[in-house]
Design a protein around this ligand. Structure first.
Ligand code: MG
Length: 357
């Protein structure tokens, strides 16, 4: 981690273990995909699980046409029930192959370039309130106007964290208070009440994200606050998305590619959100240049009114794993126009662990 550590809710990590998939074809084209869980306790996903799952799936996929994405996903689903994150890196590599075979950047295949630049947020990692607040001018100088402020630890300190960060912010900027499931319901209600008027007082656009672990706790909190509400961790399927829409449980979701099982399923959710009027943070759990490229292509092909913000994860990393990553500039990123994801893995930066023929 460029900043030393990444802390959210009650968790803190100094590094993340990522898995890269390369798929070679008889056409001489290679596709690349990536899946990087945010440690083993963020979602039901972990780095060794990605590798174990790919070992389970890969032998049965040899011989299939990787450009037939729905077929590939159907084959994966008949070979392994669930475990969407395991399938994500394979699905992503197949999309890269489809783009390379077609000679088109993925944003074209995902619907077209609906926006030239992808809006980014910057994470303000959980720390003491004063150090978190100090980050804001520094990130603003880099061009960021949207800040995801990590809370979800001790609610009394979290209230101070949000107020201190808000003091450093300017009207019109976004303060996304993300608890990453960290509060109990009564704690979330206490925080929501303590910051209820902060947006009105400051002109900051305040959002409240995934306060509690379960959907039902989040829904109860949502029913007692007027804060714009984002659901993230519990939106893990189209079914969960439809349930949330039915219950008016959120104003926005966080769409994470690997949580849905890859670009194929994330695109389905994206299209559904656009049709139903629900804006999204288009992103993933974590990753390097390859994951960030996938995020950028999905976000480019999303109408700007529906892409609230995204994340350029490679900007947080100290190890570069590919060239051709989206270019980050002034709080936005822009994907490569090269075919597929537009990235080239740096093989020297990777450790080979398994090969399937
Ligand atoms: Mg979140």
């Amino acid at each position: 981690m460029r900043e030393g550590s990444y802390s959210w809710s009650t968790q803190s990590h100094t590094a993340f273990d990522t898995t890269i998939v390369l798929i070679d074809t008889d056409a001489g084209i290679t596709g690349v995909g990536e899946c990087c869980p945010l440690g083993p306790t963020y979602l039901p996903a972990y780095a060794h699980g990605v590798r174990a799952g790919i070992s389970q799936l890969a032998p049965g996929l040899i011989g299939y046409d990787p450009t037939q994405l729905d077929l590939i996903n159907a084959v994966m689903d008949t070979q392994l029930k669930g475990h969407p994150y395991v399938k994500s890196a394979i699905d992503m590599a197949c999309w890269d192959l489809l783009g390379k075979a077609a000679g088109l950047p993925l944003y074209i295949l995902l619907g077209g370039k609906l926006q030239e630049k992808v809006k980014l947020y910057k994470v303000v990692t959980r720390a003491d309130p004063a150090s978190m607040a100090e980050r804001i001018p520094e990130y603003r100088d880099q061009g960021f106007k949207q800040f995801q402020v990590k809370v979800g630890e001790d609610p009394a300190t979290d209230i101070i964290r949000i107020h201190r960060v808000a003091q450093e912010m300017e009207a019109g900027e976004v303060l996304n208070a993300d608890a990453n499931t960290g509060w109990k319901q009564h704690e979330a209600l206490q925080v929501a009440d303590a910051i209820a008027d902060l947006g009105k007082q400051t002109g900051i656009h305040l959002t409240f994200e995934q306060p509690c672990l379960s959907y039902h706790e989040c829904l109860a909190v949502r029913q007692h606050t007027d804060l714009p509400f984002v659901l993230d961790e519990c939106i893990d399927s189209i079914g969960a998305l439809l349930q949330g829409l039915h219950d008016h449980a959120m104003d926005m979701i966080n769409l994470k590619i690997s949580r849905f099982g890859g670009l194929t399923r994330a695109r389905q959710a994206r299209d559904l959100c656009v049709s139903l009027g629900l804006p999204m943070n288009v992103e993933d759990s974590w990753g390097g240049e390859i994951t960030t490229a996938a995020i950028a292509h999905l976000a480019h092909s999303t109408p700007s009114a529906f892409q609230f913000q995204s994340s350029a994860f490679h900007e947080y990393a100290t190890t570069q794993i590919a060239t051709g990553a989206p270019v980050v500039d002034n709080g936005t990123m822009t994907a490569s126009d090269a075919p597929g994801l537009g990235v080239e893995p740096i093989l020297d930066a990777l450790e080979p662990i398994a090969q399937f023929h």
